[in-house]
Design a protein. Structure first.
Lengths: 112, 116
């Protein structure tokens, strides 16, 4: 059974600081996703990582994937208040059925 | 990216009634769609896989007679919550993959269901 674990589950940080959210998964997968969710809203796709060593960056966010370690990271550089949200990693369950299993999410609160 | 639209965005219903939620892929065809449920401050839990032209596949613990799924066309899947109870109140989100397997998933905007 595929399990996806994120940590930390809650993070409060000051503006301007850097931090990393970690995502571990238990079995091989075709792809890994990072999503952002604002309160009361659906998911916003941030990154899709397909291969070992993949690194993608958008603004202050950078995601990486190590398929051998079954680990992905979402790094936040010089955080700003607008990045406050819940971030989910999710993994495509390998086997061709396209089912996506989500981590519990990381609630990020950035203090001005 | 592709667009997935859900309707309604929110609904309030009385206990014992049924509610239908629609999920449409607006600019692509989706042979498979997925339905998730999210309780407040929790993650998304996969409920079922909606398959065009065939029966839905439900995850363990999800009552198929309570959550009826119909995928009548390549652009529309519906989730009907039957005989709704307050504990069914939740945020329901659908997703669809564009094209063949192993493509990116796109999510609808979600439906907030409140059962009173």
């Amino acid at each position: 059974e595929l399990k996806v674990e994120q940590n930390p589950l809650f993070l409060s940080m000051q503006e301007g600081k850097n931090y990393t959210i970690y995502c571990n998964y238990s079995t091989t997968s075709d792809r890994l996703y990072w999503y952002r969710q604002d309160p009361g809203k659906s998911l916003e796709s941030l990154f899709v990582l397909l291969s070992n060593g993949a690194v993608k960056q958008e603004g202050r966010l950078m995601a990486s994937l190590d398929t051998k370690a079954r680990l992905s990271t979402l790094h936040i550089t010089a955080a700003v208040h607008d990045l406050s949200a819940t971030y989910f990693c999710a993994v495509d369950r390998k086997g061709g059925d396209d089912k996506i299993i989500f981590g519990k999410g990381t609630r990020l609160h950035i203090l001005p | 990216g592709a667009v997935v639209s859900q309707h309604p965005s929110w609904v309030i219903c009385k206990s014992g009634t049924s509610v239908k939620i629609e999920c449409r892929s607006l600019d692509f065809q989706a042979t498979t769609m997925f339905w998730y449920r999210q309780f407040p401050k929790q993650s998304l839990m996969l409920m079922a896989t909606s398959n065009e032209g065939s029966k839905a596949t439900y995850e363990q613990g999800v009552e198929k007679d309570k959550f009826l799924i119909n995928h009548a066309s390549l652009t529309l899947s519906t989730l009907t919550v039957t005989s709704a109870h307050p504990e069914d109140s939740s945020f329901y989100i659908c997703s669809a993959n564009e094209g063949a397997l192993n493509t990116e998933a796109f999510f609808g905007q979600g439906t907030r269901l409140t059962v009173v």
